[in-house]
Design a binder for this molecule. Sequence first.
Ligand code: UDX
Length: 440
Amino acid sequence: MKIAVLGTGYVGLSTGVCLSEIGHSVCCIDVDEAKINRLRQGLSPIYEPGLEDLLVKNTALGRLHFTTSHKEAIETADIIIIAVGTPQGDDGAADLSYLVQAAKDLSAHMKPNTIVVIKSTVPVGTNDYVKCIIEEHTNTPFKMVSNPEFLRQGSAVKDTMKADRIVIGSQDKEAALKIQEMYRPLGVPILLTNVRSAEMIKYASNAFLATKISFINEISNLCEAVGANIIDVADGMGRDNRIGAAFLQAGIGYGGSCFPKDVKALLHTADSYGISFDLLKNTISINESQKILLYQKACKVLGSLKNKKIALLGLSFKPETDDMREAPSINIAHLLRGAEAQVVAYDPVATENAKKVLGNTIEYASSIEEAIDNADALFLVTEWQKFKQLDLVKVTQQMKQPLIFDGRNCFSEEKVRACPRIEYYPIGKPAIITGKDEIN
Ligand code: UDX
């Protein structure tokens, strides 16, 4: 099939690359000329494991193309996939301006009976709205399909190629079956629904997962108070198939480009229908509190943070991505700077993006060693594999004070206890202090 993909962000690019990998002829469109030029050279604009290899492979095979010309990509396409961003607007609702522009752009060039697929995360009712916009701009007949995306950053290729399910929402059976056909080589279970249900599945899924995280974070705070261990509690809960083990990792709150935005957008939808979705309001406020937990713990242990060197390990909102959107590291860095601490951060891939957000308010180290050298405390912010593998004895020896606040529970009790001098504060578990007399 000939497919045009509008937008080369995480979703658009991963989708385009993966559809070419399963044999389709794909042309990805973006208005950013520099980005398209880089993509043509086989360079991915985002850090996403496995993506660049497939990009190079399928470009070489002649199945994957990139252009800034809507005409070139759209006039021959059987299917047009819209995967542009829907950022959060000032009022919490999704900002649909890129989507509206995409609808106008494609209506000028599409051939009759093209299927227009909305993959961007859009509030319930948006597919109908976009249909009206296209109809206002063209008399060419077309069909609409809602096909929300569930891929995660950092595992976008795997999540696309081996998805749990594909949701296809359409009022037009023939169009739905054609999109089903497009995905058939993936061998993934497919769920056919009406358009509004498909739109709702996406928001409900993200809101549920975000709520699951806020729930386990609240339980972890309670675990700390009562002397329980969140790792064992989450394990015990997760073994119940009705609950499931995924997304029960307590930490310093969810971030990223989706959960924060989508939870607020769903809340906005509920509000606009006169429904007070109190559970979601609490999901958000619990998450905001959780983001500042490490800072609060540090204040309690250290008192004043003024002129203290704090090493931040990890800046991205989660491992395997360079994305800084809504990363808890941003809140932490601001609080630490507000308390006049010296903040030195290290992240394996997110430093350049972090500089765009945090500028020179903090220092950026080019190695873990540089960040922790002579530090008064270490904040473990993102659970990158290389941080989990750290030799804690060496780390604590290099620091001025062997004080670690682990926001992602990266280290086992045995590993921590093996350190002759450490003061270790995890999430939802008892603190571990060894060689206390020597720490001051
Ligand atoms: C999410 C959804 O998982 C995906 O289906 C949707 O398409 C986009 O939004 P993503 O934002 O890439 O994906 O990351 P995800 O792995 O879901 O993590 C989101 C946040 O939740 C991260 O900040 C992560 O650290 C946090 N998280 C996740 C936890 O704190 N605990 C967990 O158990 C899981």
